[in-house]
Design a protein around this ligand. Sequence first.
Ligand code: SF4
Ligand code: SF4
Length: 181
Amino acid sequence: MKPEPIDISETKSVPSKIEMRRECGDCSMCCEGHLNAVIHGIPMSKGRPCHFLGKCDGGGCTIYEDRPPLCEAYQCLWKYTPTLPEWMKPNLSDVIMAYHEEEMNGEQVGYLTLREGNNTIRSDVLNYVLRLCLEHNKNLEYECNGSWYHLGDHEWIRFHVEKGGGEVHDGVTIPELAQTP
Ligand code: SF4
Ligand code: SF4
């Protein structure tokens, strides 16, 4: 399938300065234990949803008015990037994308993260995001079947992986992309 032309250049801005353009609606993926955070002293991590997430009547935050600032500030990429298709909404695509920046050699470097939700990432979703990042020259850190991979500027990849205590293994190919017309 030919990728749709799309503009994700707005992701150059830092999320705190971006006006929100979409509503979360029926999605609560960022509260369901796919991200790591400590909420009012109680950890949330992979497989461990937020303690304050409602468990019946469709869930939702049970302490909405008293949720910590990090919850109020969090915006996934889908929420403030209107050019990402509707089917990339986290509860439809089963992935959460976010934008981050880190300092490398005195400069701020941006990168995207693609995190799996409840299941191993679907091939159509992975293929779409890899193509998008290649097309727009974006650095990407992505999860596939529980392991993490990187795409983008080699200097950033080495810096980012080693900063996290990992090792870079070169020579990984992306056969799905090579085979797709
Ligand atoms: S993952 Fe995105 S769309 Fe879903 S609840 Fe969180 S911020 Fe809203
Ligand atoms: S406190 Fe509410 S908004 Fe924050 S992670 Fe928990 S359920 Fe989500």
